[in-house]
Write a protein that binds this ligand. Structure first.
Ligand code: ASP
Length: 325
């Protein structure tokens, strides 16, 4: 009897330390862009930081409980997709035609499985649709109406396009339409992303966005493109990007970071910095977050700010918006 109780206790303790003793790390972004302390008032900063904190703390709690990286990435991105603060889900920017078209992708580092949706107008949480594509289809990327139909079949929440309406993003489109030729990155800020190392040693990254204000002709950015806006490989790192998507596609941005780590043995920070340098050479702008297989975090950008934050199992934590913060 005593022996049996001892055995059960040992079993429980070893199970506990197997899950809870392992290293984990989570890093998120809520978009990079032109940001200045003068233009963003204290209340806005507090709001953004509180939402980033809510997302990070949810992720940390899940990781502590042994959740796998993919579940964490999806749930954490959902927090930001459901907030009007970010250019993803609820707060998505408007296309030239005045509608919202959303893109998202996810990739697992253990299997190199990936899923993505592009140009969807009615899926409440595009990151969930990306996950369904990865898990329940033979494909990697679905677009437009087909992607919505698939999401519906998988039982995901479908909403009318007006669900994504926010006055702030609508006014942004109106002012860009007025100054059509001065098309800049203004107010695209807010793409969201998450990269995770879970307590089982697996990496996963996901990205979700409304794209760029005033986008035309079914434009798709880097965010739903595996290797451009999102990448994960257990041998190297998990990466999520934010910025002017066309440059990220041309650079094969996220995959290039993984390749530099794999072939040139660069650290995750070195590889991210080098890739941002390549972006700057092309005069592109944006940022990137990444976590490597040891739980090291990188958060690099060449803009004046990027909503960002991370938590590591050792207790290290940071949430920041501006450069040198
Ligand atoms: N990368 C996104 C896109 O080009 C936008 C962003 O991250 O700001 O669609």
């Amino acid at each position: 009897m005593i022996k049996r109780a001892l055995f059960i206790a040992l079993f429980l303790v070893s199970g506990f330390s197997l899950v809870y003793g392992q290293k984990y790390a989570i890093v998120i972004h809520g978009g990079a862009g032109v940001m200045s302390k003068d233009k963003m008032n204290e209340a806005a900063r507090t709001n953004y930081k509180a939402k980033l904190n809510e997302a990070l703390e949810l992720g940390e709690q899940m990781l502590k409980n042994g959740a796998d990286a993919t579940d964490v990435v999806v749930k954490v991105i959902n927090v930001m997709e459901n907030s009007p603060l970010f250019n993803a889900g609820k707060g998505a920017v408007f296309t030239h035609e005045g509608v919202n078209e959303l893109d998202a992708s996810i990739m697992e580092g253990a299997t190199l499985n990936a899923g993505a949706v592009a140009g969807v107008r009615d899926v409440k949480n595009p990151i969930n649709a990306a996950r369904e594509v990865m898990v329940n289809s033979e494909h990697v990327m679905l677009s437009g109406r087909g992607a919505s139909e698939f999401a519906k079949q998988q039982g995901l929440e479908i909403v009318p396009n007006k669900y994504f309406y926010t006055e702030r993003r609508y006014q942004s489109l109106q002012s860009l339409l007025k100054r059509e030729r001065e098309r800049t990155q203004k107010d695209n800020t807010g793409t969201v992303g998450c990269a995770v190392l879970d307590s089982h040693g697996n990496l996963c990254a996901g990205t979700s966005t409304g794209g760029m204000t005033n986008k035309k002709f079914g434009r798709i950015g880097d965010s739903p493109i595996i290797g451009a806006g999102t990448y994960a490989n257990n041998k190297t790192c998990a990466v999520s990007c934010t910025g002017h998507g066309e440059y990220y596609i041309r650079l094969g941005f996220a995959r290039d970071i993984s390749a530099m780590m794999e072939y040139q043995k660069l650290s995750v920070t070195e590889a991210c910095k080098k890739e941002i340098d390549k972006l700057s050479e092309l005069e592109g702008t944006g940022g990137v977050i990444a976590v490597d297989a040891d739980g090291n975090i990188a958060m690099e950008f060449n803009t004046s700010g990027m909503f960002r934050g991370y938590i590591k199992s050792g207790g290290e934590k940071e949430i920041a918006i501006f450069e040198n913060e």
